[in-house]
Ligand binder design. Structure first.
Ligand code: DGL
Length: 268
């Protein structure tokens, strides 16, 4: 069986690339719902419906374990899928998100004040605040929705002056609040890692979710040999998208860093 990676679009390829760096031996199935991306400004109900369809698709492609690489879907749909949908439909399969592992790391390295940036849906869900409070209630969390960053990255404008201006504006309140750790709570933000780190300064630790999620998956597989044993190890990677164009094909290859072929599918 395989490991499924789901994202609302193609940003999850940045996370998959990190996972494959650490765990290249497994078979992966990637699904990007790029026909309906972005999820970040949508309602919880719609994000849940789309995510459930995606997870169902990946299970039908023989995935034993799915990582929801999308922060928005992890924030708005994961809990309901894990607690209600999964036990009824696929009780022996697993779905994990990206928020919990990043929060564990942030709580470990922070001195008491964590900043979070993400899409509007992720920030409004307060998912990071709730997870951090579960682990260490005394930590203060300062959030900032940064909805312009996904389109900027998708346009390839990460090195532009306008990008720096927008980042400065978004990050200013977090800097003024004297956070010591910053969570990049969105698939696309690792691409902005360098400008973000240079704007916030060395005093603030910026957490790269791809590496953390990959480490946490490796650890999960060690702790769950009953799952690990079921996984194929033929280094077979498959990529599905819900919309295909030359533009997406190129963007995907840039973000994944390797030649890939997308296959178009329909979710329902
Ligand atoms: N993948 C989304 C996330 O990580 C960003 C793009 C979107 O809004 O769908 O939050």
């Amino acid at each position: 069986m395989k490991i499924g990676i789901f994202d609302s679009g193609l940003g999850g390829l940045i996370i998959l690339q990190e996972i494959i760096k650490q765990l290249p031996q497994y078979d992966y199935v990637y699904l990007g719902d790029n026909a309906r991306t972005p999820y970040g400004n949508r309602s919880q109900e719609v994000i849940y419906d789309f995510t459930r369809q995606a997870v169902d698709f990946l299970f039908k492609k023989d995935c034993q374990l799915i990582i929801i690489a999308c922060n928005t879907a992890s924030a708005e749909a994961l809990r309901k899928i894990q607690q209600q949908w999964l036990p009824k439909n696929y009780p022996d399969r697993r779905v994990l998100g990206v928020i919990r592992p990043v929060v564990e790391k942030a709580v470990e390295v922070s001195g008491g004040k964590i900043g979070v940036i993400g899409t509007k849906a992720t920030i409004n869900s307060q998912a990071y605040i709730k997870e951090i409070a579960k682990l260490k209630s005394e930590i203060e969390v300062i959030q900032q929705a940064t909805p312009l960053l996904v389109p900027l990255v998708e346009e390839g404008w990460q090195k532009s002056a306008i990008n720096r201006k927008i980042l400065r504006k978004y990050l200013r309140p977090l800097k003024l609040s004297k956070i010591d750790t910053l969570i990049l709570g969105c698939t696309h933000y690792p691409i902005l890692y360098k400008p973000i780190q240079s704007i916030v300064g060395k005093r603030i630790k910026v957490l790269h979710s791809g590496q953390i999620v990959a480490e946490s998956l490796a650890d999960y597989l060690v702790r769950h040999p009953e799952i690990e044993e079921k996984l194929d190890k033929k280094i077979n990677y498959k990529f599905f998208v819900t919309d295909w164009s030359e533009h997406y094909q190129k963007l995907g290859q840039t973000w994944f860093g390797k030649d890939i072929k997308f296959e178009k599918v329909e979710l329902r």
